[in-house]
Write a protein that binds this ligand. Sequence first.
Ligand code: JFZ
Length: 426
Amino acid sequence: MERLKWFEEARYGLFIHWGLYAELGGEWAGVHYPGGTEWIMRTARIPFETYRKLALSFNPLSFDAEDWVKKALGFGCRYLCFTAKHHDGFAMFDTAVSDYSIVHTPFGRDVVKELSDACRRHGLKFCVYYSQMQDWADPDGDGNTWDYDPKKKDFRRYFENKVKPQVRELLSNYGEIGMIWFDTPYDMPRELCAELAAFVHSLQPDCVINGRIGYGLGDYRQMGDNEIPMLAYRGAWETPMTLNNTWGYSKTDQNWKTPKKVMKMLIDVASKGGNLLINVGPDANGVIPAGSVRALDAVGSWLQKYGKSIYGTEPCADFPYQMRWGGMTGRGKKVYLHLLDVSEIHGRLKICNIETKATSCRLLSTGEELPFRQTYELARDEYRFIVEYPTDRLDDMDTVIAVEFEEAPVPHSLYMTFGRDGRTEI
Ligand code: JFZ
């Protein structure tokens, strides 16, 4: 699908969860609520008339769209997805639907406008997150059972009076939107989801729609939060991932994933043809937490050197052996071996059952040729690819070996039954 081309090339995006909930940082009435702090209105059952008062004090004077976009580029991200409206119903953009929005706060500025303009200035694909079913500010939205009687809810009215007008505003007033990232469709009727998808493409035909529009109506498959499939799904897919344990800002959660852990997941996802959408949750002043910047800057530095082993890669074949040493990415006949943990291999990497003939092996960092050999063991009916690498010149994050094959490598048969002469019968 043509509109997915940029998405599949990108492989790595930055998710930004930012809204009124950043003012609370996971705490309410002296109680800290673990998990997603962006859910605090619901987790703490805060009445809407109380929660909305946060808008009277929201004034993130440190917010700087240019800084966020430059950080995203430094992280090596190729797209940026921003929460235009999360489940609390508060709009981080100028909307005619209600005054429950960022322009009716002391801050008064349209964050979506400033971010979309900055992304366009720097060639970063701008995308918006929109919660199309849950809306705890609206009696006809889903999820607020502590202020409103669910039996009186008229979801179609919510859909017509808030969802479609705001989706129209987002896809009409902010230039090209690379993707709209819908969320938690729950039991939204299929025909409404289909109507919404058609509505999006009537406004911007090239706008990618994520999988959480529901019923497989999206342009790609969406994994659950922090979930990576064991095997490669066919077609485009994406894993949304937190850096700590919450999407929104937390005053206490400093449990950042290490750069190496983020990289390992990025390699794992890319090896299966997926995208990683890694998240940051700026604080009430509009500052991205330093711990998340440090982690993502380190991954960005690695991508600066080795990005060609991630961006634009295609799913690798499923080889039959665990790769405890790291992972394999590639495109066509070029394969990148990512040595993340060499504690078990000591200068010699063996990969079994690659039947395709290799023509060269190089250290990606220096281009130096590495010795390698391929053998076939009749008695075991096993192909062996062995490459030797210098143990004194390893990259502490990830040492990448670029292998060129005669054609895109495929695994030897996975279904072997030995016949009399020791050969396989397939
Ligand atoms: C949803 C939101 O509720 C959450 O606040 C955040 O925005 C996240 C990115 O998306 O959370 C989900 C939605 C779906 C699943 C898990 C968490 N799922 O399908 O497993």
